[in-house]
Design a protein around this ligand. Structure first.
Ligand SMILES: *Cc1c(COP(=O)(O)O)cnc(C)c1O
Length: 383
């Protein structure tokens, strides 16, 4: 791949056009070595796998390119990536995060991180006045947002949050797992850090656990985050890094197809007699649709949620009756998943009991609708 301004789709399809100098192989090898031979004068830079795994390099380079960042770092999971951003702060620092966000990270912030001395404030990030009011100039070091936000898919204005953060001398980090670089590039909108659960769309095949961060500038704050990864050993294995690069080659067509099917399902389910609400940023009457239209290019993602008119038991029964949708947690794989989030998150969860979360895969959209329609009407899937 000769160097010129190829589009992101082209860069992803060829994993930046990597070619092995020696063999002319067009996919990278997987080095399993945990250590690397030292030069006689100890002058060589690569020493040990925990911070210098060569298997990370091509994957990180591609992700940095897709997000238009200065550098990327792979982590053991999305949670490892996210928590490393917070662990790089200092006790007494103030952070602001959304009320509605990825459940495990919210629990970690209000529990563990708070016990370790971070001051955590949760606000409704769709309310910019509430965010502005929560900022403590001089003390607030980080604003964390997630858009579209799990599991109600609420949309947060990245550019507006970046402006508020920077005015106060704070940094903005964006969990962009659901938007993916296919639809949104938070760094171009002013964010400082992008986080992905690469377990989801970036890998796309429900077969690894991985996370990633991308930074707009490779400054001292970024170095500190990378140091957290190294010292805590929050790293994936070489095989996982290789699989992630393989998965990212098909990122654009996969995610576009998933979003197109999700949009079709959202339209059809909005007219379904058994459903009271469809939560999907692509629907014109969804709160935040105008912001989504501005900051998401070419689609609104493959995630939606529906609320079942007859209530919680009917929602649970619907999830029990599906035949094509898989009843499982997670998202972003080729197979469509359905989940009753309130059951997973427990009694403290703010998620409505009548809600089902849908991750749209690569099956035929008509099949997905028919299966859900039958389950909603009380029919079991044919065995
Ligand atoms: C899954 C997920 C995470 C956590 O990622 P893991 O890879 O499971 O650790 C964080 N944020 C969002 C939006 C997610 O969907």
């Amino acid at each position: 791949m000769q160097d010129r301004a190829w589009r992101a789709e082209s860069l992803a399809a060829q994993a930046l056009g990597w070619v092995d100098d020696k063999t002319r192989a067009i996919t990278p090898p997987i080095h399993m070595s945990s250590t690397f031979l030292r030069a006689p004068d100890y002058g060589n830079e690569r020493a040990y796998i925990r911070d210098q795994n060569p298997a990370f390099e091509q994957t990180e380079a591609l992700l940095a390119k897709l997000e238009n960042g200065a550098a990327a770092a792979l982590f053991a999971s999305g949670m490892a990536a996210a928590t490393s951003v917070f662990m790089a702060l200092k006790p007494g620092d103030h952070v602001i995060a959304p009320q509605m966000m990825y459940w495990s990270l919210r629990k970690w912030l209000t529990g563990y991180a708070s016990e370790w001395g971070l001051k955590v404030t949760l606000v409704d990030m769709t309310d910019l006045a509430a965010l502005a009011a929560a900022i403590e100039p001089g003390r607030t070091k980080l604003i964390w947002i997630e858009t579209p936000g799990n599991p109600l898919w609420s949309v947060t204005d990245i550019a507006a949050c970046a402006k508020l953060a920077h005015q106060a001398g704070a940094r903005l980090a964006v969990d962009s797992t659901v938007a993916t670089p296919v639809f949104t590039r938070p760094l171009d909108l002013g964010a400082d850090i992008v986080m992905h659960s690469a377990t989801k769309y970036l890998n796309g095949h429900s077969d690894i656990c991985a996370g990633a961060l991308v930074t707009r500038v490779a400054d001292a704050a970024w170095e500190r985050i990378v140091e957290v990864r190294y010292t805590l050993g929050a790293i994936i294995g070489s095989v996982e890094a290789w699989l992630l690069l393989r998965g990212m080659r098909s990122l654009f067509p996969r995610v576009r197809q998933q979003a197109s099917s999700a949009a079709e399902l959202a339209q059809r389910l909005a007219a379904h007699p058994a459903i009271s609400h469809v939560l999907y940023p692509g629907l014109a009457d969804f709160p935040g649709h105008d912001i989504a239209k501005r900051q998401m290019q070419g689609g609104f993602g493959g995630m939606l949620s529906v609320r079942v008119k007859a209530g919680k038991d009917a929602a649970l029964a619907t999830a029990a009756r599906v035949g094509l949708w898989q009843r499982a947690t997670s998202l972003g794989g080729t197979e469509s998943l359905i989940e009753h989030r309130a059951s997973i998150e427990g009694p403290e969860s703010p998620v409505p009991g009548d809600m089902l979360r849908l991750s749209v895969g690569l099956e035929d959209a008509g099949d997905l609708y028919d299966d859900l329609d039958r389950a909603l009407r009380g029919g079991n899937a044919p065995t």
